[in-house]
Design a protein around this ligand. Structure first.
Ligand code: BGC
Length: 963
């Protein structure tokens, strides 16, 4: 599911055979002795090195200015003189625009980039880049100043339509694909791309005289990040620095160019300024600006010489800048196959026009549908098409071409020429005819007339618009020319009203509840008519998703104070723009603040429905890297085929201080009705979007945050039917286990438990709130669960451990549990030969602690039994008992010597010289129960051994006297 873009840096492999010195367009053989840098077997860096080695300082200066660099045969630029450039260098023409080849006839008017972003389709972004580059090259322009990205702080930004939405991952990945298409889409037409505008360039108001003031973490996570993702995946040859200041230093002389852009984001191409955005010579060069756009003002030979002379600039820095430019040009292939000097008249192709239509179809977002769509006009029905943009015939200067692309205030009305616009009225009329319906058109200028037209029709489709583009921000979220009133009037006149919005950013839609459907078409390009007809009739099932949040009102946006937007002008005339909302921009703001947007980021409807099920998550941590594999099933539960854009979000642990959640992946999945597909995504801490990391301002690095995350999956940032936990523990901190027993201490003597013992283990972990505890009783195997009761007598061992969700296992805690709940056994026997009573006791667990006896009586006076008891009278009766080591006392036994069984007649009397083994017995012995021959001189002693029986030893103690 993750984008799989071809890897690429700006140093491409060598291209085709080289051109002759000074020749552009046509390819001819080249004398490598004269121009060794044209040796395509060498790397771009080696070739740049050879070129600069052959260059004078003045020739090196040329690379530092657009005009001097790109027009090698000219030596005079606005009164600034340069030496002739070295040979074999191409003429290069830059063309502006992420959207298409600007201000040029014979090219395709593609939908605005925000529409491309709404497709969430990186293939489409690649194809569009490739088509745009091919057209640019055919027109003799091999340098495209695009794509552009911004972070969508405010929907009022005039250039919102020129960028790719508010989310770093979405804009970064789509921009990367777009860049790859621009630079590598057609190797026969090599073109370079310039990513813009770095950085914090979020508004047109005071764009050249404002300072974007933001803290370090916000800069890295919210504003650097989309550039990082794009550079990582797209490797653009150039980056354009921005007009604005960042924390008081102009973008084109800001050290961030070297520290962040090159150092941290890994950019290895050349930096070119925005038009007139250079404010210094040495400062800018030292900061990392390689090339001044347009004519030489600050990078003139005179100023450069002076800076070197006064020591503020070194020749080495000039060399570095020149090398960055030359290496990037060569790497992009511009030296080896320059664009034609005679432009192709019509560079647009049927394929490109079809692509423009696909972008308009996939990039339009169905925001609302009460069921009226798709249109089902049957014979005889009438569709009213209302608004000034529905036709190519202008109404007060407004027509379909007014919303084809972004506005432009100088000369051209729009950024793209839009000469081939297929207007909605044409396309809808022919599509309606296929359905046996008819279309009536009202330009909406007269709202009463428009309402009457709507009232007379079966369905009303009313188009609302505003124009936006560079230089000015939009004044608010309302439609132009009373469009909101027009829609309200039409909706009041016809209960079946659908709205098509042709805007460059959000609108607040005060009439939303009155209409049945809303299709956000942005600036839909030249194929707008067929694309919109196809969507409204359901020939194409809508699949676009909002790449930005639509707020209910400006007051709800993250930049609602004047300090935040448009900023406050200070005494020096600089508008100080306070980015105090920090990381809370776009959907993160609305999520964090609990503000319900009008339509959330990622929202977009389809004519079918999709079900999400069976989310499975597995996470592995290895060497500090985290990788979660998430898979789920997507099912088309409706009755028509459709394409869904499943979105995967990650909510970080609270300790991360990260607002809302991060989009971490997305895909496009097309399914027939009833069909299912298992979708898998990998969320890795190692990718350029740093999904598991935050910027640590103390260590100046991205760092993975350990803790509990939530993965959510669904159809928008707020429709997330699936979610599951992920725990990250890169530090590998094992859970800590605590074990308690009940009773808490041995309740018998000598460390023995004399009642059942319940062992309860609990574990805590730094990141996992519920590590799994398991126990292993007497080596029988590990069992999950933290509570075990042991009641059987014995010397037990319980091992306890815990495993956290990251799989880190604690140390094993061992608990020894000696349990002795059974009383000793004790018995008495008569030794008639010796005339004694012998007591024998045993205890299987703790062992016998003591044996006692007493003359039978009412209150026995217990005496310790130390050996056979001489019998005083033939009729003597004793009581006896034993106590084990754990302190448990046996029942009291009683023994009547006289009543005991008579001693059998001995068959022999063995010599008393040998000591039989304990319990071995001896033939003819007199003991009633444990036959023991002592020859009248043996005596017994007890040696108590823990856990065992009484061990009886023989010792000599002389001839007994009594008995
Ligand atoms: C814009 C850039 C553009 C440049 C050259 C500036 O006004 O900000 O985006 O590339 O002009 O046309």
């Amino acid at each position: 599911m993750a984008l799989a873009l071809a890897a690429g840096g700006s140093a491409l492999a060598a291209g085709p055979a080289a051109a002759a010195p000074g020749v552009t367009g046509a390819r001819a053989s080249v004398d490598l002795a004269e121009c060794p840098w044209m040796d395509t077997a060498l790397s771009a860096d080696e070739r740049a090195g050879l070129l600069l080695d052959a260059s004078s300082l003045g020739q090196k200066y040329r690379w530092l200015n657009e005009q001097a660099a790109n027009t090698p045969e000219q030596t005079e630029f606005s009164g600034v003189s340069y030496p002739e450039q070295v040979g074999c260098t191409p003429t290069i023409v830059y063309t502006d625009g992420p959207d298409g080849v600007r201000f040029t006839e014979g090219v395709t008017a593609f939908p605005a980039q925000i529409a491309l972003a709404s497709s969430w389709n990186s293939d489409l972004a690649f194809d569009k880049g490739a088509a745009q580059a091919a057209e640019a090259w055919d027109k003799g322009k091999a340098g495209v100043l695009g794509p552009g990205i911004a972070s969508g702080r405010t929907p009022l930004s005039g250039r919102t339509a020129e960028y790719l939405g508010e989310d770093p991952l979405l804009s970064g990945t789509l921009g990367a694909a777009n860049t790859q298409g621009l630079e590598k889409g057609d190797p026969e037409k090599p073109t370079l791309a310039v990513l813009k505008h770095y950085v914090g360039n979020e508004q047109e108001t005071a764009r050249q005289t404002s300072s974007s003031n933001l803290d370090e973490r916000t800069l890295k996570e919210a504003y650097d990040l989309p550039f990082e993702i794009l550079i990582d995946g797209g490797a653009p040859a150039g980056v354009m620095c921005s007009y604005n200041q960042i924390n008081g230093v102009y973008g084109c002389e800001n050290p961030l160019l070297n520290t962040d852009l090159r150092g941290q984001l890994g950019f290895d191409g050349y930096v070119v300024s925005d038009f007139g955005a250079v404010h210094s010579t040495a400062d800018a060069l030292n900061a990392g600006l390689d090339q001044e756009l347009n004519r030489p003002i600050h990078y003139t030979p005179t100023l450069l010489d002076a800076a070197i002379a006064d020591g503020s600039l070194t020749e080495a820095t000039v060399d570095t800048a020149a090398r960055n430019v030359v290496r990037s040009y060569i790497g992009a292939g511009l030296f080896d196959k320059p664009a034609p000097t005679t432009p192709v008249a019509d560079a647009s192709t049927p394929e490109h026009k079809a692509l423009a239509r696909s972008i308009a179809e996939e990039g339009s977002v169905l925001l609302k549908n009460d069921g009226l769509l798709p249109l089902d006009a049957s014979d005889g029905s009438t569709i009213a098409l209302i608004g000034p943009t529905v036709s190519n015939t202008p109404t007060n200067g407004v027509s379909a071409s007014s919303v084809c692309s972004m506005s432009w205030p100088f000369g051209n009305p729009s950024t793209l020429n839009c000469e081939d616009v297929v207007a909605p009225d044409t396309a809808f009329t022919s599509r309606a005819a296929e359905a046996g319906a008819s279309v009536v058109v009202s330009n909406g200028a007269d709202q009463v007339a428009a309402a009457a037209t709507a009232a007379a029709a079966d369905v009303a489709i009313v188009f609302g618009y505003y124009r936006s583009g560079e230089f000015t921000d939009i004044p608010g979220l309302g439609l132009a020319d009373g469009g909101d009133d027009l829609i309200a009037a039409v909706a009041a006149a016809n209960p079946n009203t659908v709205v098509v919005l042709e805007t460059g950013s959000a609108t607040d839609m005060p009439w939303l509840d009155q209409v049945d459907g809303v299709l956000q078409a942005w600036y839909p390009g030249e194929q707008q008519g067929p694309a919109l007809a196809s969507l409204l009739w359901g020939d194409t099932n809508p699949s676009g998703k909002l790449p930005m949040t639509f707020p209910k009102s400006l007051a709800d946006t993250p930049t609602a104070t004047p300090e935040q937007y448009p900023g406050v002008v200070d005494a020096d005339g600089i508008t100080q723009v306070d980015y105090s909302e920090g990381l809370q921009i776009g959907h993160k703001w609305y999520d964090e603040q609990g503000i319900e947007p009008l339509f959330e980021f990622g929202h977009g409807l389809s004519y079918t429905s999709f079900d999400y099920s069976d989310l499975e998550l597995s996470t592995a941590v290895s060497g500090g890297a985290v990788e979660t594999t998430a898979s789920f099933t997507l099912t088309n539960t409706g009755s028509v085929a459709g394409t869904e854009v499943p979105q995967v979000y990650l909510t970080l642990p609270e300790s991360a201080g990260e607002p809302g959640k991060r989009l971490v992946d997305y895909d496009r999945v097309s399914l027939e009705p009833g069909a299912s597909q298992r979708v898998t995504t990998v969320i890795s801490s190692e990718t350029a979007d740093h999904p598991y990391s935050i910027w640590n301002v103390d260590t100046d690095a991205w760092e993975v945050v350990d803790g509990g995350y939530t993965v959510s999956v669904g159809s928008s940032s707020r429709a997330l039917p699936l979610s599951g936990p992920v725990v990250v523990d890169t530090a590998g901190t094992a859970p800590v286990v605590t074990v308690a027993t009940s009773p808490s201490a041995p309740d018998g003597a000598a460390g023995w438990f004399v009642s059942p013992v319940t062992v309860t283990a609990t574990a805590v972990d730094d990141v996992d709130s519920a590590p799994v505890v398991s126990t292993n009783l007497d080596g029988a195997g590990w069992v999950d669960g933290g509570s075990v009761t042991v009641s059987a007598d014995g010397a037990h061992t319980i091992e306890v451990r815990a495993t956290d969700a990251a799989g880190t296992v604690s140390a094993v805690t061992r608990v020894e549990l000696p349990i002795d709940r059974a009383a000793p056994t004790v018995s008495a026997a008569a030794d008639r030969e010796a005339g004694t009573i012998v007591l024998t006791a045993s205890d299987a667990t703790s062992g016998v602690g003591s044996v006692e006896w007493a003359p039978a009586g009412l209150a026995p006076a217990w005496q310790s039994y130390t050996g056979p008891l001489p019998v005083a009278s033939a009729g003597e009766t004793i009581v006896f008992r034993a106590t084990d080591v754990a302190g448990i006392v046996s029942e009291v036994g009683s023994f009547d010597y006289a009543a005991a069984a008579p001693t059998p007649t001995p068959t022999s009397t063995p010599a008393p010289s040998a000591s039989p083994a304990p319990g071995a017995g001896s033939p003819g012995g007199g003991l009633a129960s444990t036959g023991f021959a002592a020859g009248g001189i043996a005596a017994l002693a007890l040696l108590l051994v823990a856990g065992g029986a009484v061990t009886v030893l023989v010792r000599r103690r002389g001839v007994r006297s009594a008995g």
